[in-house]
Design a protein around this ligand. Structure first.
Ligand code: PBG
Ligand code: ZN
Length: 328
């Protein structure tokens, strides 16, 4: 009767005991970053994204209202994506002084001096063909020719008042190009949070509907990473740090949490996990059907990312979790 086997259940006896032996701290408001889609079409636009129930394309005024509620609930960081009214072959709306992201940044900055404003730096939403770089006639996405446009975009976000720029294009050398351009323009103190480890994932589908940024032809496999690769993630992470990145993003998050853990162990920079649109859509859809306990799964998936090594998490559930109450 007095078996000498491991009795793990001793430490699971009560909620109080489980809390003291829990290895991962509970989610805090400051762990979370909320993405927003800002639409240039109309300042009063508020259009729900069909494949992302609960998420909206927001005009400037509506964005401000939405952020106001979230800030009241404890939000401290936003990630902005732009939906411009005009696209072309050189993504000129991405670095226009009065581009939609630049306007949104100025507006939020004026109203909330302490809000952390992160901007996604990419060209796909602004290119008529939907690729993240300049497209050659043969369909190749040109690397080095794209870098100056990314750098220009990042500088324009910084000039508008962004706190952090987050390049998500996966062109080689873009962190170095952006860092140099920021420094040349007196933004030496502005951090770069690079999407260092970004896979060519079908989980971005709902985002592309939301941002109207799907490539018109071809796919992103020549610049985003192959889902079968793990060691390559370490090369990408180290390369971006060597080029001057201050923080790194791993994306998608849940199915790639092994990658998150490996990157966490390989580098010591702050690490962010991005729970992407497809991960959100799957949880939402099953929740709406009543097949899963959505609130519990939101918390569980995000806690698991923290356990895997994320210091910060970008999630479309951020607003909702804050409104339901998280420790600040
Ligand atoms: C822009 C960008 C994308 C996402 C973030 N930045 C789309 C893509 O690479 O196609 C995806 C985010 C999400 O799915 O939530 N390149
Ligand atoms: Zn892109």
């Amino acid at each position: 009767m007095n078996a000498r086997f491991h009795r793990g259940r001793r430490l699971r006896k009560s909620a109080a005991l489980r809390a003291v032996v829990r290895e991962t701290a509970p989610l805090l408001a400051q762990d979370l970053i909320m993405p927003y889609f800002v639409d240039e079409a109309d300042a009063r636009l508020r259009r729900e994204i069909p494949s992302m129930p609960g998420q909206f394309r927001l005009g400037l005024e509506e964005l401000e209202k939405q952020v106001e509620q979230a800030v009241d609930a404890g939000l401290h960081a936003v990630l902005l994506f732009g939906i411009p009214h005009a696209k072309d072959e050189r993504a000129s709306s991405a670095y226009a002084e009065n581009g939609i992201v630049q306007q949104a940044v100025r507006r939020l900055r004026l109203r909330w001096p302490d809000l952390i404003i992160i901007t996604d730096v990419c060209l796909c939403e602004y290119m008529s063909h939907g690729h993240c770089g300049i497209l050659a006639p043969d369909g190749c996405v040109l690397n080095d020719e794209t870098l100056p446009l990314l750098a220009r975009t990042a500088v324009s976000h910084a000039a508008a008042g962004a706190d952090i720029v987050a390049p998500s294009d996966m062109m080689d050398g873009r962190v170095a190009a952006i860092r140099a351009a920021l420094d040349d323009n007196a933004f030496t103190r502005l951090p770069v949070m690079s999407y260092a480890v970004k896979y060519a994932s079908a989980l971005y589908g709902p985002f592309r509907e939301a941002a109207d940024s799907a490539p018109a032809a071809g796919d992103r496999k020549s610049y985003q990473m192959d889902p079968g690769n793990a060691r390559e993630a370490l090369r990408e992470a180290r390369a971006d740090l060597a080029e001057g990145a201050d923080m790194l993003i791993v994306k998608p998050a849940g199915p790639y949490s092994d990658i998150l853990r490996r990157v966490r162990e390989a580098v010591d920079a702050p690490l962010c996990a991005y729970q992407v649109s497809g991960e959100y859509a799957m949880i939402r859809a099953a929740g709406q059907k009543g097949w899963i306990d959505e609130r519990a799964i939101m918390l569980e998936t995000l806690l698991c990312l923290k356990r895997a090594g994320a210091d910060m998490i970008i999630s479309y559930f951020t607003e909702e979790l804050l409104k339901q109450g998280l420790a600040r």
